[in-house]
Write a protein that binds this ligand. Sequence first.
Ligand code: ZN
Length: 309
Amino acid sequence: MLLFVQPHNLQDVGPVHSHLEPDTDQQRPSRNFRVPVNLECRCPREQQSAYPLCFLHHPEVIRMVTGQPNLLDTLCTGSYLDVKKTVHWFCALVRASWRRLPQSCSWELALLPSKRSCNLRLTNSQESFQVSVLFGVRRQGSDIFISSRSRGARTPSTMWPETYTMAETKFFRHAARQVPQDSSYLKCLQLLTGVLARKDFSAQAIKTVVMHLLNTLPAAQWHRRYFLLQPSDILEQLRLSLEEKHLEHFIVGNQRLLQEIRLPPNIQRAGPPNLFHGLVQDPAAHSQAMQAYCDLCQRLARVLAYGHC
Ligand SMILES: [Zn+2]
């Protein structure tokens, strides 16, 4: 579950974010942003400091009236929206509000420790399930968001990685309308990511290959009667990409993307990042990835022959 922080929601409580700042550290993979948050003056024009509930000019009055610390201190580090603080604030809100909900009579709520998402476990006498709430900011009314999702253990807490989940979901919905009713590309994708054992290349790489193929192969080729051929097409494309150490991002810089997927102008104009960029300068990582590819092929062959790895 992704909870989106809309600018107007922030505006209601005082601070607003004006624009996103791209992270310029080339060492970090993927596109990351920081969210500057500024306090906005609510005083009448020409009468600075006249409005007693102005967040900018009278923070001490706001603190006295609400009994709460300054929202900037609660949610930000310096003047940047902080993932850990946002998670902490939201979890405290859930904890404080839970008892007021009728569901609290029959369900037990536990908040599980996590730095970049709010993880809830709900249990009753018969069942138990977990919900992971991620936080996001929408980019300029588009289908692209920045989210609190982690990009590894060293992701700074003011760093918000760009996420393409919404745009990809729109693409898959469109693909579902184009391919024959009995198509099997999703089954194929599940099969391949299910047998993927190592993390030398990610499930995202396989998903990217599938999206590129869906965008280029004739729709009829995804009919389930060709199911056994489809994994071969995907694996062949993956092998070529690994050998060339080049796999273009499907969303960023893709000039053949559907019109209905709304992108911020700088994503449309950007050159497509190479998802296998890390393999270019690192022969050891490249041979590991090729080995992982061979393992994937063998595991897939065993699954197709015996039903298990
Ligand atoms: Zn003011």
